[in-house]
Design a protein. Sequence first.
Length: 293
Amino acid sequence: MHKDIQDFLNYIESARNYSEHTVKSYKNDLLKFEDFTQKNNFQKWADIKQADVREFIGSYRRNGLSPRSIARLLSSLRSFYKYLNVEGLSNANPILGISAPKLSSLLPKALDTDMVNRLLQFEPKTWGDFRDKAIAELLYSSGLRLSELCMLDIEDLSMESRICRVLGKGQKEREVPVGSKALEALELWYQHREERAKNIEKAIFVNNQGSRLSQRSIQNGLKKMSAKMGLPYIHPHMLRHSFASHILESSGDLRAVQELLGHANLSTTQIYTKLDFQHLAKVYDKSHPHAKK
């Protein structure tokens, strides 16, 4: 049964293009479930009934696991059993009919524009500073996920057209505008990148060895940058939330923000509506603080 879990994790990482953080979350959830199955001597996934899943979830609820964590646990099991069904590894799905706890629909707290501007007033001195400044500007300029930024290649970003091509969750591709401040920071970074990147390296952001920068290194770079500016740690996703919040406040166009984020579920009550890119660019240019020249 452990092999099935590992095969599923490999599938969502390679075929579904899930981020390192998401795969790790799935792994933690499924290993908890595997431990439960071993303690109860289950030999096949199909032998597990809905009552067993309720018992498993109930044990964590009694131990004080938050509603959000329980909802994620159920989501992981739901995806896993869907995979088992498709692969013919189980003809049953005991997760069906089990509802997740209701969660608050409030958006995560975003930074105010003053705090973002304070962070982006950072004056780079070393090659690493220029890289981290460009990372922060691009995250805020275009609302990228950490995993999306990490996987960006030189060919994905057009300085001339001010457009970045992004491969998001589920290998869904989208185009996002890039603001003038981010372009300026990228131009300065590219001058230093030439000295560091290996000849065959395609990544926009590289480490000291000239290879693609890891997600952890991006997080650490922002942490150091925040500290130098006298700010609490501003993590990558916080800049993404700020991007969404600031454009939404200025434009009131939730659907445009959803499209720019590549995230249909920005609001649990809003039905996703696709907008053409010209409209998105117009909303972006009019509303984003760092898009204006």
